[in-house]
Structure formats: structure tokens, C-alpha cells
Design a protein around this ligand. Structure first.
Ligand code: GLU
Length: 304
């Protein structure tokens, strides 16, 4: 599974002969950005090894960022366990570990920029209301993660929205994707394995930028942090390819620099299923307890 680094493909799928990273000014900077909601398993170890390998192969920097904004699901013991497992696997990161939970004011500032630009709206819907609305719609538009938010709160009268906020009703902040696309279209991003991709921001719908419980979201914080940390090669599983359409749009709206992307295959178990954090036989801790060496575990993840 280890990536040998392919050339950038042109739109007709042919490999270019150029060094795919030649467009990067300065040293390559990659990162591994796990959410500590469980233990490191072979699938996530593969993502970490991939990012580390890309940085080291190009004499660059490899960063570790803990994406712990989900206060209900992230736990310090998972973070500690992940860090120990990464060290045991022999991965070394450059500089201190960044924690997103310590950066909420930064995300808030950027959220304000989008709000001031008229690119957001408050959404008071509960999960149940959204599901009911989708079920009642004759045709509900679908995105990569299932049905898209049906836009219930998009056209709320602003006086009503303000009154509900002032009355203390919890709300999420959503991106007004039609407006965002209007302002940024046409946009592209470059994936080392796929070539130049046209951004289809609308495919993900009006995503959440600020959650009800925490004033940011995965999409907003990952976009800001990759730019803030000068990450110029974002590597992650191809299951997140659709999210890059959103991130590229946010980068353009916020005037932040665009990295190169490499969405790699997701490592699957022999049955073709994704590894689960709760299955001890494939967690790094479980494999370690079963007597495997770091070399063996790296080889299981395709990095010998
Ligand atoms: N924190 C995300 C996750 O654990 C990964 C973010 C990314 O690589 O963009 O799925």
C-alpha cells in the first residue's frame, strides 16, 4: 500500500513527468490530524505513516495536530494513547503538538469574517426536525454523507432569527453555500493522485461552520489550521475527498493560501471493511500487547 509518489495527471488522466511537488515553494509540510475519539488502529496508523513518509521523503516537516473540538466524544486518555502509539511506531513530529480545543477564539474570529460578509445564517433546527423535513420532502438532495440540510432556516426572517437568538435558543451557524459558490466559482484544487479537480461546493450543501455546542466545526477549524501551520501538502483518506470542495471554498472566502492535496486510499481489513477503533485486534495498543514489533505493525499498514 505504500505510496510511491505518482506524477500529477492531466485532466485526461495521463501522468505528467514532473515532480508532483515541484509547485510547492519551500519545504514540504504535512500533518496528521486525528480526532481523539478512540484508539489508533491500523487504518489511522496508515494515514499517519503516509503523511510522515511524504514529509521525510522530501526533507520536509511533519506536524501533529489533535482535532479535539468535539467535547462530548474526545477524551484525554485517547489523545495520550494515540501519542504513545505514534511514538512506539517510530514517528517523530516537528514542533509542539497543536490542540484545536485551545484555539476556539481564532476560529471565532474567522467565523465572524464570514458572518460579516453575509455568508452565513443561524440554524435552530434539531437533528429530529431535519430528519422529519427530509422525510417529508418528495426529493431530498443527497451529498456524499447522505441527505443535505434542507435549508429550513435559510429564509428565516432576520428579525425572527434575532429574537430567537436573544431569547437564548441554541443555534448552529451554517454556510450559505449558494452565495459562497457565487463569490468563488470557478475554483479548482489539485490532488496529486487525481490531477486538477473542479470544485463543486454545492455538493455538500449548507455545511455547519459553528456548532450549537462549540463555536466551530471540523470544516472551519481544519481549513484555518492547515493555513495557519503552513501545511502545503494535505494528505488524508479519499473518504474525505468531498470535504476538500468545502475547504477550498472556505480558503477562497477567507483569502487563505491553497495547499496541494493527496487523498490516499483508505486501508481496509482483509474483508474489505474499515478498521474500527473498538476492535482491539487491530488497534496499535492491541497489536503491541499481542507481542508484535513496531516494524511488523508498520508492515501490516503497508510501510516496511
Ligand atoms: N480529524 C479528522 C479525522 O480524524 C481528519 C482531518 C483531516 O485529515 O483533514 O477524521
Amino acid at each position: 500500500m505504500s505510496d510511491k509518489g505518482s506524477g500529477i495527471r492531466s485532466e485526461n488522466g495521463e501522468e505528467g513527468g514532473l515532480d508532483p511537488l515541484s509547485g510547492i515553494a519551500g519545504p514540504v509540510v504535512t500533518r496528521f490530524a486525528p480526532s481523539p475519539t478512540g484508539l489508533l488502529h491500523l487504518g489511522s496508523a496508515y494515514a499517519a505513516l503516509f503523511a510522515h513518509d511524504q514529509a521525510r521523503r522530501h526533507g520536509g516537516r511533519f506536524l501533529l495536530r489533535i482535532e479535539d473540538i468535539d467535547l462530548t466524544r474526545c477524551r484525554p486518555e485517547f489523545e495520550q494513547g494515540m501519542i504513545e502509539d505514534l511514538q512506539w511506531l517510530g514517528l517523530e513530529w516537528d514542533g509542539p503538538v497543536m490542540r484545536q480545543s485551545e484555539r476556539l477564539p481564532v476560529y471565532d474570529e474567522f467565523l465572524h469574517v464570514l458572518e460579516e460578509g453575509g455568508l452565513t445564517y443561524p440554524c435552530f433546527c434539531t437533528r429530529t426536525e431535519i430528519q422529519a423535513e427530509i422525510a417529508a420532502a418528495p426529493t431530498a438532495p443527497h451529498g456524499p454523507d447522505g441527505p443535505l440540510y434542507p435549508g429550513t432556516c435559510k429564509n428565516l426572517d432576520w428579525r425572527e432569527a434575532r429574537a430567537r437568538i436573544e431569547a437564548g435558543e441554541p443555534y448552529a451557524t451554517r454556510l450559505h453555500m449558494d452565495r459562497a459558490a457565487e463569490m468563488t466559482d470557478p475554483l479548482t484544487f489539485t490532488d496529486i493522485a487525481r490531477g486538477v479537480i473542479n470544485v463543486d461546493a454545492g455538493s455538500c450543501g449548507d455545511i455547519v461552520l459553528g456548532r450549537k455546542d462549540v463555536p466551530t466545526s471540523y470544516h472551519l477549524s481544519v481549513t484555518i489550521d492547515d493555513a495557519f501551520q503552513f501545511v502545503n501538502l494535505v494528505t488524508r483518506g479519499e473518504d474525505l475527498l468531498h470535504a476538500t470542495h468545502v475547504h477550498r471554498t472556505l480558503l477562497a472566502l477567507l483569502g487563505l493560501p491553497e495547499p496541494l492535496y493527496h487523498h490516499h486510499p483508505v486501508l481496509l481489513d482483509p474483508d474489505g471493511k474499515r478498521f474500527a477503533k473498538r476492535d482491539k485486534s487491530v488497534t496499535i495498543g492491541g497489536l503491541r500487547a499481542a507481542g508484535h514489533t513496531p516494524e511488523e505493525v508498520r508492515a501490516m499498514a503497508g510501510f516496511s
